[in-house]
Design a protein around this ligand. Structure first.
Ligand code: 5GP
Ligand code: ZN
Length: 115
């Protein structure tokens, strides 16, 4: 399924739920997390609905590569200059809450709310 009508991130991609976007291209979208843990906290998501890392196949490798390369670029653009954390939560024990693959990118001066 390339799009899940019940998925909150698919709704953000479709513009049905507002978000503070920081980046968009044909394949990826990035926006500020609604409950930031850190001074800068963005989510990088593929426009393709992939529920979690469990669903990944070899064909998705370039997409994951693009997400990884985008993270430092966005952190730099958002003024993060002293390091950042990237996290992908997977499944119940991984603490995943939204089942549309996303990479958290968090940075900014400490202390942070969490982590
Ligand atoms: P997870 O625990 O699945 O890795 O993280 C999901 C993240 O999505 C959480 O940090 C949560 O704050 C964020 N989130 C959930 N719903 C929304 C929303 O409607 N808008 C935005 N911008 N972030 C959301
Ligand atoms: Zn989705």
């Amino acid at each position: 399924m390339s799009h899940d009508p019940n998925c909150i991130f698919c709704k953000i991609i479709a513009g049905q739920i507002p978000s503070k976007k920081v980046y968009e291209d044909e394949e990826l979208l990035a926006f500020h997390d609604i409950h930031p843990w850190a001074p800068v906290h963005v989510l990088i998501i593929p426009k393709l609905h992939i529920a979690s890392m469990v669903e990944l196949t070899e064909a998705h490798a370039p997409l994951l590569g693009k997400m990884s390369v985008l993270a430092p670029k966005l952190m730099r653009e958002l003024g993060v200059s002293n390091g950042f954390r990237t996290v992908i939560n997977t499944g119940p024990d991984g603490g995943q809450e939204v089942y549309h693959l996303h990479m958290h990118a968090m940075g900014g001066p400490r202390p942070w709310l969490k982590g």
